[in-house]
Every structure is written in C-alpha cells, then in structure tokens.
Ligand binder design. Structure first.
Ligand SMILES: N[C@@H](CCC(=O)N[C@@H](CS)C(=O)NCC(=O)O)C(=O)O
Length: 242
C-alpha cells in the first residue's frame, strides 16, 4: 500500500464513519482504514493531527499533509477528488445533513446511556482491547470511557430529532417520487440512510456489534413505524454496492 494513500480513522459502528466511508467509496477515492478506540487512541490521533488541545472526534481523513475533520468535510473532499457532481449539490444537501446530525446526536446519547446501564454492553465495548477474564474486573474503565462520551456530546441532544429526521426523509422521498431525496443519488441519501443505524443497525462491520450493544442501537417501535425507510436503505445499499 503506498504511504501516500489516504487514511480514514474512525469507529466502524459509528454512523459518522459510515457516512465518510460511503462518500469516499462512491467517489472511488482509495483509502486505508484504522479503527479508533475512544480514550486509548486519542494520543495517537492528536499526534497525527498535530492537535494538542480541544476535543477530537472521528472520522478524520489523513490525506498527505491534509487533515480533514468530520464526515461532512470528508464527503466534500471526496466529491472534489472525484471532480464531478456525483454526490450532488452540497448547498442543497446541507439541510439534510443538519437533520442527520441532530438525529444521530439523539441516537448517540440514547446508545451511550443504554450501554452505561448494561454490564454486558460495557464488556462488549472493551472486547477489542481486553481479554475476556479482565473485562468484568476492569468494567469501570469502559464505564468511565462511556461517561466521558456522554459528557462530551450531551449538549447536542435535542429530544425528538430522530423521529423528525425519519419523518422528513419519508416526506422527502414521497416528494421526489423516487428513491433519491434530490431526484438522483446524492450525499443527502447517504446522510439520511445512516440515521437508520440509530434504530436498526445494518452496516456490515467486522467484528459485528455484540448482542447487548445491538440492543442499545435498536429502537423496535421506530423501526416498525419506519419500516418503509428500512426497505429504502436496503435498496440504496444494493444499488450502490455498499
Ligand atoms: N460532526 C462529526 C461528528 C463526529 C462524531 O460525533 N464522532 C464521534 C462518534 S461516536 C466520536 O468521535 N466519538 C469518539 C470520541 O469522541 O472519542 C462528523 O460529522 O464526523
């Protein structure tokens, strides 16, 4: 792998990382991937970003000397690299992305609090870094990391945002009369489709979500109410060979 290849740093289960990866793939931008573990990977990421203070979050794309922060800027970078408008008009997409961000912020707070309340989910969170016998005795480490995430992001919580985003997506698809919010495939579809990860996770990730974590990401009532959108996501993913 040439060292100049872009490196996407993210969390495989995270909808924000999925947005970034999907945009890069849609634009045929080659990239390597590195999994980020909150707290543990932070010193390394700060060093790579040359950012010694202030919060850091993923996804981040390290592209040669450039550090591209956040899914939105990564998608714009991908579109610029493709050199065409295959991801659509970003001015028209921006309101969709705002809906998506608000919805995902609500989903994250729900998930983090659910994980905090579930010892099995806490142990699943540490599974990639701790051998099984150490997970229970060191559960406080996973709990501490989850509490930090809750504190870091809870100011973004606007209750009801997830439902509003789902309803607007349904309305938008009805208005467009096809499977694409803006009449043809665009990043608006990507950013809204990943919102569904917050009610019915479907992304193929390795390793897959543990059962307790999957329960935290799921919302059976919203999944039943927006079953049409789950089918839409399936068609979208199949159509873009994701
Ligand atoms: N607006 C950002 C949001 C990114 C974000 O919220 N990342 C979270 C995903 S849960 C994160 O980095 N969490 C780990 C941490 O903060 O240490 C984007 O679009 O990429």
């Amino acid at each position: 792998m040439p060292s100049s290849r872009a490196l996407l740093v993210g969390e495989a289960f995270s909808p924000w990382t999925q947005k970034a990866g999907w945009a890069l793939e849609a634009c045929a931008v080659g990239f390597a991937y590195r999994e980020y573990t909150p707290t543990l990977s932070e010193p390394w990421l700060r060093w790579r970003m040359r950012q010694w203070s202030g919060p850091v979050s993923v996804p981040v794309l390290l592209a040669g000397p450039d550090v591209i922060r956040g899914s939105w800027d990564i998608a714009r970078f991908a579109a610029a690299s493709a050199g065409d408008d295959r991801l659509g008009d970003f001015d028209a997409i921006a309101p969709w992305n705002e809906l998506s961000e608000a919805a995902l912020a609500e989903a994250r707070t729900r998930v983090v609090r659910c994980v905090l309340a579930d010892p099995q989910a806490l142990d699943e969170a540490s599974a990639s870094v701790l051998p099984r016998p150490l997970r229970q005795p060191l559960r406080f480490v996973a709990r501490d990391a989850a509490r930090r995430l809750d504190c870091k992001y809870r100011h973004l919580l606007v209750p009801g945002s997830l439902r509003i985003a789902l309803q607007r997506t349904r309305d938008g698809l009805q208005a467009s009369g096809c499977d694409f919010l803006l009449g043809r495939f665009s990043y608006a579809d990507i950013t809204m489709a990943v919102v569904l990860e917050g009610i019915a996770p479907a992304a193929r990730i390795d390793p897959p979500l543990g059962p307790a974590t999957r329960r935290c990401w799921s919302d059976a009532a919203l999944a039943a109410e927006f079953e049409d959108l789950l089918r839409w996501r399936q068609r979208l993913v199949a159509g873009t060979s994701r």
